[in-house]
Design a protein around this ligand. Structure first.
Ligand code: SF4
Ligand code: SF4
Length: 194
């Protein structure tokens, strides 16, 4: 976790004054009502591993520190557990805002230090688009190849397979074209590149 040094912003970082509006418009969520009571950050189970706490991310969005926000580990480490949303007195929907920031980071071509998490998100979405549901084996195979992390968790995978938790062949939902229409509505014209 770091401390925001407000005095440095003007000299060292470009401020995008429209960034908070963009995030609000894309997420459909209000974030200017945050008065930094820290209840979200105090309850976040992942904050110990984040470079910026959840309320610091909100503050930096409010300040227009686009590059710092979009390159942070926090937006990728957020597990969407909704603890922050539940605790927030202003009902600020941080999980949705974090998802929006991920999407903006991808569209801006910003690579995360948490590259494997970024790859996981793309592989997961591609799997949902292809089959309409998760097929764990396809997801794991793609993830292992793309992260070049071939053998980690192999023992765990075998245990799950032996217990019948991993299906060999994927199955598609009915009317998959309806799902395709949803992806197209969000500007995804084809399977996303990793
Ligand atoms: S709990 Fe809500 S109001 Fe408090 S700092 Fe977090 S987002 Fe802001
Ligand atoms: S949703 Fe994300 S930011 Fe909020 S408490 Fe959970 S991990 Fe932390």
């Amino acid at each position: 976790m770091k401390v925001i040094t407000i005095g440095k912003i003007g000299n060292e970082e470009r401020v995008d004054p429209g960034f908070a509006d963009l995030v609000q418009q894309k997420s459909g969520k209000e974030l200017r009502q945050c008065y930094h009571c820290l209840k979200c950050s105090a309850g976040c189970p992942i904050s110990f591993a984040m470079d910026w706490t959840p309320n610091q991310i909100i503050r930096m969005v409010q300040l227009g520190l686009k590059e710092r926000v979009l390159s942070s580990s926090t937006i990728w480490l957020c597990a969407s557990c909704e603890t922050c949303f539940t605790r927030c007195p202003n009902e600020i929907d941080l999980p949705t805002i974090m998802d929006t920031l991920k999407e903006i980071a991808i569209r801006n071509g910003i690579k995360s230090e948490q590259a494997s998490i970024q790859i996981f998100h793309r592989v997961f979405l591609n799997c949902i688009r292809e089959y309409g549901r998760l097929h764990e084996l396809s997801l794991l195979a793609s993830l292992k190849v793309l992260t070049l992390n071939l053998f980690e968790d192999m023992g765990l995978g075998m245990k799950m397979f032996n217990k019948g938790k991993i299906n060999l062949l994927p199955t598609r939902i009915e009317n998959i074209h309806e799902l395709d229409a949803i992806f197209r509505a969000f500007g995804e014209s084809k399977r996303s590149k990793i």
